[in-house]
Design a protein around this ligand. Structure first.
Ligand SMILES: O=C1O[C@H](COP(=O)(O)O)[C@@H](O)[C@H](O)[C@H]1O
Length: 260
């Protein structure tokens, strides 16, 4: 595959509370769902694990009742390689809190391969997830970024850990440098569980819209480093084709210099 060059300016909005961030994230998602469903008949949305799983519940309010759920195709930017019914599975957590409440066809929800998950086979899970993405590109469900051949998702909802990791791209680990594959894996993640698969940085940055939602004081130092362009933090490398926007609550933004 050819290389990529998606690059937009990092934007941010600061909200008073975590609840406000979650509501704004839901509104952003709803508006993009409307736009892409109208334009292409599909909405390809990539989710993360972590706190975001609960914030998705804000999409379940009557205001968003006309969301065209049947047109959604749901992916994960990263996944823990544990059985799909394990409490640590991003898929299970999202299913329990949000996906089970909305009429998205089961066949449009792309969990990792269940055998690899059960066996803890991170490499196999990454290979099969990449094959799944390529198949959907061939079916024109996932678009491609310009002529690069890289998949281009409509929207990715991302989170950042206090160490500055996003997806399962951790500071000081080689996966952040992977440029050829779409999906890679890690077996010694500093955050448990240790086995995970993750989209690579080129795939993450080819998305049309990337929304990074971060709340809480624990992330304030990493947020300040990101906005100071400390590229040792994987999250500082986030961009997008159209918009890469950070939604922060006041606590997460508390160490940002006033001028930023
Ligand atoms: O382990 C993970 O952590 C990150 C960040 O989670 P958060 O709870 O600090 O928001 C998450 O984005 C990723 O998908 C998940 O696997």
């Amino acid at each position: 595959m050819a290389s990529y060059s998606a690059n937009t300016k990092r934007e941010k909005k600061v909200f008073d509370t975590e609840d406000d961030v979650a509501k704004a994230m839901a509104e952003y998602t709803f508006n993009l769902s409307k736009k892409f469903c109208k334009k292409r008949g599909y909405f390809t949305i990539v989710l993360s694990g972590g706190d975001l799983v609960l914030w998705l519940k804000k999409l379940l309010v009557p205001e968003y009742a006309d969301t065209e759920w049947s047109k959604w195709h749901v992916f994960w930017v990263d996944e823990r390689v544990v059985p799909l019914d394990d409490k640590d599975s991003n898929y299970k957590q999202t299913l329990d809190s949000f996906l089970s409440e909305v009429p998205i066809p089961t066949s449009n929800i792309y969990a990792i391969d269940q055998n690899c998950a059960a066996l803890g086979d991170a490499k196999g899970a990454a290979i099969l997830y990449e094959e799944c993405i390529k198949r959907l590109v061939n079916q024109n469900i996932i678009r491609t970024y310009k002529s690069s051949g890289f998949p281009q998702f409509d929207l990715q909802l991302l989170g950042m850990g206090p160490d500055g990791h996003m997806a399962s791209l951790f500071p000081g680990h080689y996966q952040i440098k992977e440029k050829a594959s779409l999906v890679t894996y890690i077996t010694n993640s500093p955050k448990l569980p240790p086995k995970r698969i993750t989209f690579t940085l080129p795939v993450i940055n080819c998305a049309s819209y990337n929304l990074m939602a971060v709340c809480g004081e624990a992330q304030a130092d990493a947020v300040a480093k990101v906005f100071n362009d400390d590229f040792n933090l994987p999250s500082a490398r986030l961009s997008a084709d159209t918009q890469a926007i950070w939604y922060l609550d006041k606590a997460a933004a508390s160490e940002l210099p006033k001028c930023l």
